[in-house]
Design a protein around this ligand. Structure first.
Ligand code: FAD
Ligand code: FES
Length: 252
C-alpha cells in the first residue's frame, strides 16, 4: 500500500458526467489487483476534508487510471483539475476479485459500476477466460467502450430496458461458471437471485460511504451471513469491497 502525491499525466473527458484521470507510477501499478481501490484527493482542495474512494479502472505501462462520475464536491473538483496538478493517492486498498482461469465468465455492470470491471475484464482475458460483458445505464451517457451487450433505460442506445432484463434468458441458454457484478444494489440483488436459481458463483463489488478506508473507523460496515448463516458485520473498505454474492444480506 502506498501514500503518494502524483501529478495527473492524462485526462480524458468522456462526456459531462464521466472523465478519466491517469497517473504514472510503476511500483503502484504493479501492486494493483482488479476490484481494489485508491483514496484520491486534490492537494489544493480544503473541503471536503476526506479523500474519496475510486476503483482501479485501468493499468497499462506503469500507469493507473480512474474512471470517475461527477457526483458532488470532490468529484467536481477532480473534474476541474488539469494535467500536471498534484493529487494524493492512498492505495491500493481492500480485497479485490478472485480471478479464474479457462472459465465461461459473465460480467455485469450498471453505470459507474463499470469502473472496476474494466480492469477485471482485462485480467480475465489474460487468463484465457471466455467473457460475456453486459452493461446497463440510464442513457447513452452511461455507456463506455469494450461492451458486448448494452442496455439503456431510455433506449437511446443498445437494447431498451434494464441490464437484468435479458439475464434470465441468457443464463438459461448459456453455461456460465461465474458471474462478476458491480452496480446499484437493486441490480446486484436481482443478479444474485438469478445466480441462485442457476447455481452459479457470484462475486460482487459493494459501495459504502467511507472515511478512513483502512478498517479503523467502522464507517463502512455492512451485514454479511457467516458460514453458520448468522448475520455478522464486515467492513467494505478492508474485508471488501468484493464479497461473495451469496454471503451478502440483500434484504434490508
Ligand atoms: C470501494 C469504492 C469504489 C468506488 N469506485 C468508484 C469509481 O471507480 N468511480 C466513481 O466515480 N466512483 C466510485 N465510487 C464512488 C465515489 O467514491 C463517490 O461517488 C464519491 O466519494 C463522491 O464524492 P463527492 O465528494 O463528489 O460527493 P459527495 O458530496 O461525497 O456525495 C454526493 C452525494 O452522493 C452520496 N454518496 C457519496 N458517495 C457514495 C457512495 N459510495 N455510495 C452511495 N452514495 C454516495 C452522498 O451521500 C451524497 O448524497 C466508489 C466508492 C467505493 C466505496
Ligand atoms: S472506511 Fe473506516 S472502517 Fe471502512
Amino acid at each position: 500500500m502506498f501514500y503518494k502525491v502524483l501529478q495527473i499525466v492524462k485526462k480524458e473527458v468522456i462526456n459531462n458526467k464521466y472523465f478519466i484521470i491517469t497517473f504514472s507510477n510503476s511500483d503502484m501499478a504493479d501492486q494493483c489487483h482488479p476490484g481494489q481501490f485508491f483514496r484520491l484527493k486534490n492537494q489544493q482542495q480544503n473541503f471536503p476534508i476526506l479523500p474519496r474512494p475510486f476503483s482501479v479502472y485501468n493499468i497499462q505501462d506503469g500507469k493507473i487510471s480512474f474512471l470517475i462520475k461527477i457526483i458532488g464536491e470532490s468529484t467536481k473538483n477532480l473534474f476541474e483539475t488539469k494535467i500536471g496538478e498534484n493529487i494524493s493517492l492512498h492505495g491500493p486498498l481492500g480485497n479485490g476479485f478472485k480471478l479464474v482461469k479457462n472459465k465461461k465468465v459473465l460480467i455485469v455492470s450498471g453505470g459507474i459500476g463499470y469502473a472496476p470491471l474494466n480492469f477485471l475484464c482485462d485480467e480475465l482475458k489474460k487468463a484465457d477466460n471466455e467473457i460475456t460483458f453486459f452493461h446497463g445505464g440510464k442513457g447513452s451517457d452511461d455507456i463506455f467502450s469494450k461492451i458486448i451487450k448494452i442496455f439503456t433505460e431510455d433506449g437511446s442506445i443498445g437494447e431498451k430496458g434494464l441490464v437484468t432484463d435479458r439475464l434470465e434468458e441468457f443464463l438459461s441458454q448459456n453455461q456460465i461458471d461465474i458471474v462478476y457484478a458491480c452496480g446499484p444494489k437493486i441490480m446486484m440483488k436481482k443478479i444474485y437471485e438469478l445466480c441462485k436459481i442457476h447455481n452459479i458463483g457470484l462475486q460482487v463489488s459493494l459501495e459504502a460511504i467511507m472515511a478512513c478506508g483502512v478498517g479503523s473507523c467502522c464507517g463502512c460496515t455492512i451485514k454479511i451471513f457467516n458460514e453458520n448463516n448468522e448475520i455478522i458485520y464486515k467492513k467494505v473498505c478492508k474485508d471488501g469491497p468484493v464479497f461473495d454474492g451469496y454471503t451478502v444480506v440483500w434484504d434490508e
